[in-house]
Design a protein around this ligand. Structure first.
Ligand SMILES: NC(=O)c1ccc[n+]([C@@H]2O[C@H](COP(=O)([O-])OP(=O)(O)OC[C@H]3O[C@@H](n4cnc5c(N)ncnc54)[C@H](OP(=O)(O)O)[C@@H]3O)[C@@H](O)[C@H]2O)c1
Length: 325
């Protein structure tokens, strides 16, 4: 699926392309699955800000098997995942039957199928990075509830599932009234609306409510969260669906000693990335991956991405590539 600039915007169409278009890299992957991420939505949005040069094959997630390798670290048949770096934004990505990437962007799968890895994808990996940052900070289940915002989103659903699996009390904040059953099944202990609530002011310091937060919303929501985190707590932040601004003050930091962890999955170093993928197959594995996963063939990618951009999408959508054409 190639994204090309047109007079009216950016079109995503099925095309047959020359193998040379795949780009440079030591590992050629036969793609089994990719997935739909918010960033993929931006890649097909005029002015989305993530792709500089079109045409491009989008798809920031690639899972499948090694088809050919010039690297001693990978052999044909190895099951792998590759995501982030320039994939799908400056290097052709996963919305294709084959992808070619540098070996040091590739993670060998151990304990996860390509489909499970795609269900996690960049969003799920980002949720795991967020949880890891909070655990490394020393947050424990006995410290109190952990808030997850954008809870029905890709980062949100996986974060709820992982945190609940680790024994945390999870408060899920969502704008989707109909998502109670999904979020409860994933392990959320209570479900609240978006923050701040309508008419509620963001004060420099509000009532301390959560031990920690996983936030992929940003904006006023994040300002509210920071002002309501308990003493010594932390927020792991990764997104901007609620806006890129952060209209806060220093008060929660200097009077409650809270910490703010920025999460970037795209350039997270490969050694740590491989370690975290290994944990995603073990102690951090979400317990309900099949429940938060939807499936669509790659030919329906555009419609799925529009639902993500419009905020009507829930969970993670795996896009099937192999055999779809
Ligand atoms: N830093 C990184 O490495 C990294 C990696 C992955 C994603 N991200 C970013 O993280 C964010 C979420 O990604 P995702 O893949 O989880 O996207 P997603 O599946 O679309 O989820 C985003 C969720 O945010 C909530 N939301 C949407 N519009 C909103 C608004 N105007 N105000 C408040 N909440 C809103 C919705 O949840 P509810 O309806 O439940 O409230 C939505 O489901 C994006 O900004 C993405 O670019 C960053």
């Amino acid at each position: 699926m190639v994204a090309r600039k047109t007079d009216s915007g950016i079109a995503l169409r099925h095309e047959r392309v020359d193998e040379d278009l795949l780009g440079a890299g030591e590992v050629t992957i036969k793609v089994h699955f990719t997935s739909a991420n918010y960033k993929d939505g931006l890649a097909i949005t005029p002015g989305g800000g993530v792709v500089r040069d079109y045409p491009i094959i989008p798809g920031i997630d690639i899972t499948g098997e090694v088809f050919a390798s010039e690297s001693a670290d990978f052999a044909p048949g190895d099951l792998v995942v590759a995501h982030g770096y320039d994939i799908g934004v400056a290097h052709n990505g996963g919305f294709a039957e084959y992808a070619r990437v540098p070996a040091d962007w590739v993670v060998k799968l151990d304990g996860l199928t390509p489909r499970e890895a795609a269900a996690l994808g960049t969003a799920g990996f980002t949720a795991a990075m967020s949880v890891q940052a909070l655990l490394d900070h020393g947050v424990t289940a006995s410290d109190g509830p952990v808030l997850v915002t954008g809870a029905t989103g890709g980062v949100g659903t996986v974060a709820v599932d992982i945190l609940a699996g680790l024994g945390f009390e999870v408060i899920a904040s969502t704008g989707k009234l109909g998502a109670t059953e999904l979020l409860t099944t994933l392990g959320a202990n209570s479900i609240i609306g978006r923050l701040p609530a309508e008419g509620e002011k963001v004060r420099p310091l509000g009532k301390a409510q959560w031990a920690a937060a996983v936030d992929s919303v940003g904006g006023a929501s994040l300002a509210y969260i920071l002002s309501t985190i308990k003493y010594g707590g932390a927020a792991a932040i990764s997104g901007l669906t609620g806006g890129p601004e952060l209209p806060t003050t220093v008060m929660p930091f200097i009077l409650r000693g809270i910490a703010l962890f920025g999460i970037d999955s795209a350039h997270f170093p490969i050694a740590a990335r491989r370690e975290l993928w290994a944990r995603l197959a073990k102690d951090l594995k979400p317990r309900h991956l099949s429940l938060l996963e939807n499936y669509a063939p790659i030919t329906e990618a555009e419609a799925v991405l529009h639902s993500i951009l419009e905020g009507t999408h829930s969970g993670r959508t795996v896009l099937g590539v192999a055999g779809e054409f």
